[in-house]
Design a protein around this ligand. Sequence first.
Ligand SMILES: NC(=O)c1ccc[n+]([C@@H]2O[C@H](COP(=O)([O-])OP(=O)(O)OC[C@H]3O[C@@H](n4cnc5c(N)ncnc54)[C@H](O)[C@@H]3O)[C@@H](O)[C@H]2O)c1
Length: 316
Amino acid sequence: MKALVTGGAGFIGSNICRQLVGDGWSVTVLDNLMSGYRHNLDGLPGVRFVEGDIRDPLAVADAIEGCGTVFHLAASVGNKRSVDDPVGDAEINLLGTIRVLEAARKAGVGKVVISSSAAIFGELKTLPIAEDHPIDPDSPYGVSKLAAERVGLAYAKLHGMAVVCLRYFNVYGPHQRFDAYGNVIPIFVFRILAGEPITIFGDGEQTRDFVNVRDVVQANLKAATAKGVSGAFNTGSGSRISINALVATLRSVMPERIEVIHTDPRPFDVRDSLADIGAASRAFGYQPAVGMTDGLNEYTEWARKEHEATSAAGPG
Ligand SMILES: NC(=O)c1ccc[n+]([C@@H]2O[C@H](COP(=O)([O-])OP(=O)(O)OC[C@H]3O[C@@H](n4cnc5c(N)ncnc54)[C@H](O)[C@@H]3O)[C@@H](O)[C@H]2O)c1
């Protein structure tokens, strides 16, 4: 079993690599380190690392050689980044995905698992969000992720390869860092570790479907190995918690004092989010297994080590 993981030096990709190596797969990573880290793959010496860009057909052809499965995660990630650089977003997320699909077709790859996003839905109209929820993305990122899905599914129809698109909700877990485009959990945890207050926009009763990265890894592996399955599937936890409840759980797993500042709600934030995960469960047996308390315990332990290492190294 030989797999290519594009974006394998990133948060989710490196977690997939760790599981694949543990399961005995032979793994090649293609990553240009735009937002990933080479050291996310530390401790995985058998992984072949190709530093290159998915937009470069020669790099993709080199990396994909001999692989029967592709996990395609490389992307310009997030709404904010796409608003800052919409052309770069489309070049990587759409054209880069076509480069990967073309290379997969030429190499005779049997299964491509594409990382998609709940951002394709745009403003939410009904809860829980099933796959047939209206699709109306409201950022260039949502549009490029949707286009990547659609071109992947067209390849499945045209070229006889199986393509599964996994629409992740709010993923969290080890190797997720705090940066300008970070999600709420790393922002909160790294602020708390630095002794800084955290900010809640609005009353904190807005809800999110936070899915642990170990469950996202499970979805990828099950989608990759399920015979004859193609399509687009939600990948969430199937449950939601409020931001206030998230902070309460953080208080229960972190000894630090947590100071909360409430400010006005942000105009474009959705109020509630919750994935209907029935389709993935029926199609390939996806069953999330990691609860919030366990997941946050594991994450804060990783984040504490990361915080201590970067504080000890000092700035620059
Ligand atoms: N984290 C989430 O909550 C979330 C939610 C929905 C969807 N996703 C999707 O999951 C995938 C992985 O996201 P992540 O959270 O691990 O982010 P990440 O930024 O940690 O990982 C993305 C990886 O892709 C690499 N990359 C970017 N452009 C590249 C290019 N042109 N060529 C080669 N490599 C390139 C980056 O260096 C990085 O290692 C992405 O496709 C993203 O859209 C993530």
